[in-house]
Write a new protein. Sequence first.
Length: 287
Amino acid sequence: MQADANDKMYRKVVGCPWCAWGGYSVLYHATDDCEALKCDRCGIVYASKVLSRYGIEHYWPTYESMVHMKDEKLSRQRKAMYQIEYDFIKRYMAPQSAVLDVGCSNGDFLDYFKKDGHICEGVEFGKDAFEQAAKRYRVYYGELSKADIKNQYDLIVLRGVVQYLLHPKDDLKKAISLLKQGGLLYISSSPNADSVCHRIFGNKARLTVDPTNYYMFTEKILSDFLSFHGMRLFADKDFYLNTPYEDIENDICSVAKAFKLRKQDKEITWTAPAFFDSMLSLVYKKI
């Protein structure tokens, strides 16, 4: 029975989930039965299998309690990053901006915006996270592309979200349509497929693709798509120095050691550090 349930949890990915191209290169084994593939046309890195509809219905409802908040150390680091990332984006915001946080989790990141007087709403796919966030904010349940949202926003946030979107192009186009002219789209905390650590560490990268983390973007992939739909890259930031993840001496040594092993075609047995350029943090403006 357990094996049957596991088989139902996942589905095989046929064709690139971004451009539908069939050609790909195998980068590495993400898990025992899942490969990280790179599209030969657009360059996105994606998992060879992902959650099925059945899997989505059984994985996401309890994600907040069972995965997102389970590790106390990571939760503390995440909250510290909320303040750092808010301090970055707030310099581009007008007073009392209308903010929509897509994948708002339990609403903790929105708290930083609310404290400064911004008007806050959210979208959340996980049932338990939605119920927590909805106690404090107006929150739309489900996928952004399918949400019946009438308001317009000065800022839409996708923090740690784009790698999980079931229909990323539809969701991004919906986000653009909900932005006011001159509004900002803030994509942050998404793994960077072009990063040094991803290229060196492969399946030992800190965050990589697997059946629940569907894909890894690059700045070029996102910028090409968003610029075609009336957005321009307005600002970016490499969050590493002066963050809870910084450990500069040890991290440099770790990356150098891994690089040497990779050149010798030897196995890397430890997980990559956070390090420079590991995550995308990009701000786009609607023009």
